[in-house]
Design a binder for this molecule. Structure first.
Ligand SMILES: [Ca+2]
Ligand SMILES: [Ca+2]
Length: 192
């Protein structure tokens, strides 16, 4: 257990979710409750083993989500979505998705998937993009409301994903744009 705790603490420090307090700093990361950050890391550490995510209801997707360079670049990676959790409830211990990147190595030319982030997803109550509930989670305003995203696995159903809010938490890979930014410039999708 001690080793597990050390891994989690290191991940939180690297990701920027936890910062050592000093009198001069006032980063938004300091607004994150340390116990909450540790709790998120604790419940998602098992998914460092990628095979564990589908067993808990996270649907493995085959496509990597990235942003064109002209729009700012960066990527989210591969989403493993637990659509049974798409509802009006948010629980930091029950994230709606976990995100992976695929890294190639000499021993794995095709690449292995590495856990990088956790995503929370809240269905917009009235399904109206013009009204904003301003949900907050982990002390952070969630992004949205936004329309559902097209997905290659659902090519014929444009309404498969509801209008919703999202919050990405880069708890397993540091994001230089901030631990709650949508896009991570250090995550790359394989060339199409
Ligand atoms: Ca939920
Ligand atoms: Ca709305």
């Amino acid at each position: 257990m001690r080793k597990h705790g050390v891994v989690i603490a290191a991940a939180l420090l690297v990701s920027g979710l936890l910062v050592m307090p000093t009198a001069a700093t006032s980063s938004s990361a300091e607004m994150v409750d340390a116990e909450e950050a540790f709790a998120v890391a604790r419940v998602t550490a098992k998914y460092l083993d990628e095979t564990k995510a589908p067993k808990d209801g996270f649907r493995r997707t085959s496509f990597c989500v990235s942003r064109p360079p002209q729009a700012g670049g960066g990527a989210m990676g591969y989403h493993y979505q637990n659509e049974a959790r798409w509802d009006r409830e948010l629980n930091i211990l029950e994230p709606e998705a976990v995100l992976y990147e695929q890294r190639r190595s000499s021993t794995s030319p095709g690449g292995t998937r590495k856990l990088v982030a956790v995503e929370y997803f809240l269905v917009d109550e009235d399904q109206d993009l013009s009204t904003n509930e301003h949900p907050v989670l982990l002390g952070q305003p969630m992004q949205g409301p936004m329309p559902g995203h097209p997905e290659p696995d659902h090519p014929t159903d444009p309404n498969w994903m509801p209008i919703h809010y999202e919050l990405h938490v880069w708890i397993w890979k540091a994001n230089p744009s901030g631990p709650f930014s949508m896009w991570n410039p250090n995550v790359q999708c394989p060339a199409a």
